[in-house]
Design a protein around this ligand. Structure first.
Ligand code: SAM
Length: 243
């Protein structure tokens, strides 16, 4: 039997985690974008803008937006002229994304159902790989990082946006209190789904600290790795290069 992994605060078999994460995002897909605005007070939009500014997509570059969900990152990169493939394990999230793209008149995106751990994509195809608020949901993170490295061209860049732990004195505790008490409550009232948002809070708390995640990125073969904390590390942008 394989070692158990954490699904939120619960220990489960790896396949069960993947299935339950799928269940979470199938359940929240329709309300996902509204909930992001409510839970972050709109801040997630600024974090995503900042992230894409760091990625600095260029015209005609090929970019894989992994765990791309409803398309927030892909839309921003496509606006810069990049050729973006949005990939996600959850078809319901992608369906919401396709509808949003249509309503906004965004064309030219490729949409694929993919597990980040085992990509059905050839080696060395992309100039950049992005993953925003996705990696902490992946069951086998080292496998996903290796796959990211594999599908990037030499000279390609990896960028990850993820929650972490704020090192600002007091702020981290304030956020913990907010997350612990209010986020599941907002999930219950707005999305009628307390459990999914409870999972969200727990998965954020369990995600490795910034230096530990940086070394995982390095172990996957990336070089010139680094990270930029936002709000003291509540959220962080991580990067690495395939050289
Ligand atoms: N990137 C989008 C954003 O920033 O709004 C969506 C982030 S959402 C919090 C996390 C996404 O990760 C979900 O759409 C989920 O289906 C996806 N995901 C979880 N596990 C995955 C896996 N193993 N492979 C690919 N996508 C995965």
């Amino acid at each position: 039997m394989q070692d158990p992994v954490y699904f939120g605060d619960e220990q489960v078999a790896p396949e069960e985690k993947t299935q339950r994460v799928h269940g979470v995002f199938a359940s929240v897909a329709a309300r996902y974008d509204l909930m992001n605005d409510l839970m972050s007070g709109g801040l997630h939009r600024l974090w995503k803008d900042r992230f894409v500014a760091r990625v600095a997509p260029r015209r005609a570059e090929r970019i894989l937006d992994m765990a791309g969900g409803t398309g927030d990152i892909a839309f921003r990169m496509a606006a810069k002229g990049a050729e973006v493939t949005v990939a996600d394990i959850n078809e319901h999230m992608l369906e919401v994304g396709k509808d949003r793209a249509k309503k906004r008149g965004i064309e030219g995106l490729a949409w694929r159902v993919e597990n980040a751990e085992t990509l059905g994509l050839e080696d060395a195809q992309f100039d950049a790989y992005t993953i925003a608020f996705g990696i902490r949901n992946v069951t086998d993170i080292p496998a996903a990082l290796k796959e990211a490295h594999r599908v990037l061209k030499r000279g390609g860049r990896f960028y990850c946006l993820e929650f972490s732990t704020s090192e600002w004195p007091g702020f981290g505790n304030l956020y913990e209190a907010y997350a612990e008490h209010l986020i599941p409550r907002i999930g219950e009232v707005v999305a009628q789904d307390r459990d999914s948002y409870q999972y969200l809070v727990e998965s954020i708390r369990r995600f490795p600290r910034m230096p530990a995640f940086e070394s995982m990125i390095r172990q996957a073969g990336f070089e010139r790795t680094g990270y930029q904390p936002i709000l003291g590390g509540l959220v962080a942008i991580h990067w690495g290069w395939k050289l």
